[in-house]
Ligand binder design. Structure first.
Ligand SMILES: [Zn+2]
Length: 495
């Protein structure tokens, strides 16, 4: 197809097969592995074939994928999509700043239309960057009206979503029992197939009375998975895991978000019950939930999925998540070795494994691995083509898994397919109304700023800075040199 033609929904009429030609195909299917100069044929909503020079049915649309990497759509298992409305606001926050902002002060001011705005922008951003399945860890749902707004936004975007229903201002043992909650599931989730699914999202505080038991029972009654922030430093601890275990609520469908500061005993309970972790490395390193735990999880054989957590701080593309995860894991391996006065001679964690976590790992965590997560004939066609002829970083293409993790970025996402539909082609979105999201988010920003007032707005965005204890430098002689100089700069640079 010509590269500069206007792209719209007519470019890829529904019902016409699509064939990707000449890609480096990372199938993430253990049987198929990597296929060089490979073709992938999509018929209806399914992957029909993977191979070389495939015969395509009459009328198939061809996508030239040469010099590109074709991989399964990425899966994010934990994203607070509503918070994208305040993108970047908390760049300098700690977790304490975050709790003060949303839990103690301002979470309550958000209206259903603000949830809609954040979700709409976040959903479009997800498919634009090749994240074809996103768990909306939606803990701003103060009433069912908010949940309706969240789903309205998800349904307006041609991605695959899982609404993890939560309410940070309420008690899960209460809101899960409300009749309107059950009604919401019937109205908005049941019968929606695999484009919109649901989980229940809440945290287990460690209260010895275990009030969360009632919420787990609701989840069991509706056959919905539970996703929970676990092993968050100073917030959710081993006791929460033990109570879940003792009451039989740790199941293969349970997702443990962060799982960063748990004991071996807790990791063993997670592993033995088949649960999955959702690791948000950028989040854990910045906010302080604990060190990104993959270096521990893989020793315990706990399956890993990746997530980005929230765009109020971090980047929503999983390229960043993969890179942060691999950096954190290898960094920890080196530091642990250095403490023992040893040198790491071989890396254990491979780029390939991290690409697997970003795709199949997420699909498995969501119990959707028979549908998505790999380029396997018969599975749903959720695909990402990474290709950018304008980029000096896209050649040579020698180590494709490493290329995905360390070289490519969201700007290199050329084509995205969800459920057999092309939702982005030649770097242009198809069928997603970014302008609408922009206008909705602008209204939310204006409203929140007005509601908070300028002082609270500015103070919230720019929390007090921690004091650094400066180290005395014996090589600096005079008092003047020592003042305002932490030691590195030569005296001549002082004013
Ligand atoms: Zn979170």
């Amino acid at each position: 197809m010509s590269q500069n033609a206007a792209v719209n929904s007519n470019t890829f009429p529904s019902g016409r097969p699509v064939v990707f030609r000449n890609a480096t195909v990372l199938t993430i299917d253990p049987e198929l592995g990597m296929v060089e100069n490979g073709d992938v044929l999509v018929v209806d909503d399914r992957i029909a074939a993977v191979g070389h020079q495939l015969a395509a049915p009459d009328g198939a649309v061809e996508i030239d994928a040469s010099d590109g990497i074709l991989m399964p759509g990425m899966v994010d298992t934990h994203r607070h999509m509503w918070q994208t409305a305040l993108r970047g606001f908390g760049a300098d926050w700690t977790l304490t700043n975050y709790f003060q902002f949303y839990y103690l002060n301002w979470g309550k001011i958000f209206r259903p239309e603000d949830i809609y705005a954040g979700n709409l922008l976040s959903a479009i951003e997800a498919i634009d960057s090749g994240v074809t399945t996103t768990v909306d860890w939606s803990h701003g749902l103060q009433t069912v009206d908010y949940a309706d707004a969240a789903v309205d936004a998800l349904e307006a975007v041609p991605g695959r979503f899982v609404l993890a229903y939560g309410n940070l201002l309420g008690a899960p043992w209460q809101w899960t029992k409300a009749p309107e909650f059950a009604d919401f599931i019937r109205r908005r989730i049941d019968g929606r197939g695999d484009r919109l699914r649901m989980q229940i999202a809440f945290d287990v505080t460690g209260d010895p009375a275990f009030p969360e038991k009632a919420a787990f029972e609701v989840a069991r009654e509706f056959n919905l998975p539970v996703t929970t922030h676990a092993g968050v430093w100073g917030v959710t601890k081993d006791i929460s895991i033990k109570m879940m275990y003792d009451h039989g609520f740790m199941t293969p469908s349970t997702i443990y978000v962060h799982a960063a500061t748990l004991s071996d005993d807790s990791y063993q309970r997670i592993a033995a019950t088949g649960g999955h972790a959702s690791v948000s490395a950028e989040s854990e390193m910045n906010a302080g939930q604990g060190y990104p735990p993959t270096w521990q999880l893989r020793r315990h054989r706990i399956p890993v999925s990746l997530s980005m957590d929230t765009s109020v701080w971090w980047s929503a593309d999983l390229f960043s998540a993969m890179r942060a995860t691999l950096n954190a894991d290898r960094g920890r391996e080196h530091l642990e070795a250095h403490k023992r006065d040893e040198t790491v001679m071989l890396s254990h964690l491979r780029a390939e494994q991290v690409v697997n976590w970003a795709t199949m790992g997420g699909a498995e965590a969501l119990g959707m691995d028979s549908l998505i997560g790999s380029i396997t004939p018969g599975k749903k066609a959720d695909l990402v083509l990474i290709k950018n002829e304008q980029s000096p970083a896209m050649f040579p293409l020698l180590h494709p898994y490493g290329h995905v993790v360390f070289q490519a970025g969201r700007g290199d996402v050329h084509t995205v397919m969800v459920d057999g539909n092309v939702v982005k082609y030649d770097h242009q979105l198809i069928g997603a109304d970014l302008n609408k999201a922009k206008q909705a988010v602008a209204k939310t920003v204006e409203y929140a700023r007005d509601k908070m007032g300028e002082q609270a707005w500015n103070q919230s965005m720019n929390p007090e800075k921690a004091v650094v204890e400066l180290i005395e430098n014996p090589y600096l002689y005079t008092k003047q040199e020592k003042q305002g100089n932490s030691g590195a700069a030569p005296a001549a640079s002082q004013e």
